[in-house]
Ligand binder design. Structure first.
Ligand code: THU
Length: 133
């Protein structure tokens, strides 16, 4: 899948966001070494602090299906005017899955007119992970 298609998958996932409290619909799409793609969207709760971010939902979906590692790229889309970057907790959650396969995935932070490309290791330097225990 091309990067453009990965971004399109993240945008489509954002359409399933359950975000009535923030009205901030986020989509995430994970691409794996075998070509598979797993998506997620943010899922909020009347108990506001229990909101689940799109990236975390996508990682949980993948891992619940048995995926361990192979994470090559992540696209994240949001409704803001700037490219959206994964929150701190999501960086850590992404690191766990990436570390299992020893990859440093590219992160595509998508805005309305710009895609900011970075690496997970740049967003989360000196990460604590399974290798740290
Ligand atoms: N959100 C995400 O889904 N991913 C992020 O990386 C940042 C924030 C969600 C959480 C909440 O539902 C909404 O965006 C506003 O913070």
């Amino acid at each position: 899948m091309t990067d453009d298609a990965l971004i399109a998958a993240a945008r489509e996932a954002a359409g399933n966001s359950y975000s009535p409290y923030s009205n901030f619909a986020v989509g995430a799409a994970l691409r794996f070494a075998d070509g598979s793609v797993v998506t997620g969207s943010n899922i909020e709760n009347a108990s506001y602090g229990l909101a689940l971010c799109a990236e975390t939902v996508a990682v949980a979906k993948a891992m619940a299906d048995g995926v361990r590692g192979g994470l090559e790229a992540v696209a994240v889309t949001g409704p803001g005017i700037d490219p959206i970057t994964p929150c701190g907790r999501c960086r850590q959650v992404l690191h766990e899955l990436a570390a299992l396969g020893g990859t440093d995935p590219e992160i595509l932070c998508v805005g309305p007119s710009e895609v900011r490309r970075t690496r997970l290791s740049t967003l989360l330097p000196d990460a604590f992970g399974p290798e740290s225990l």
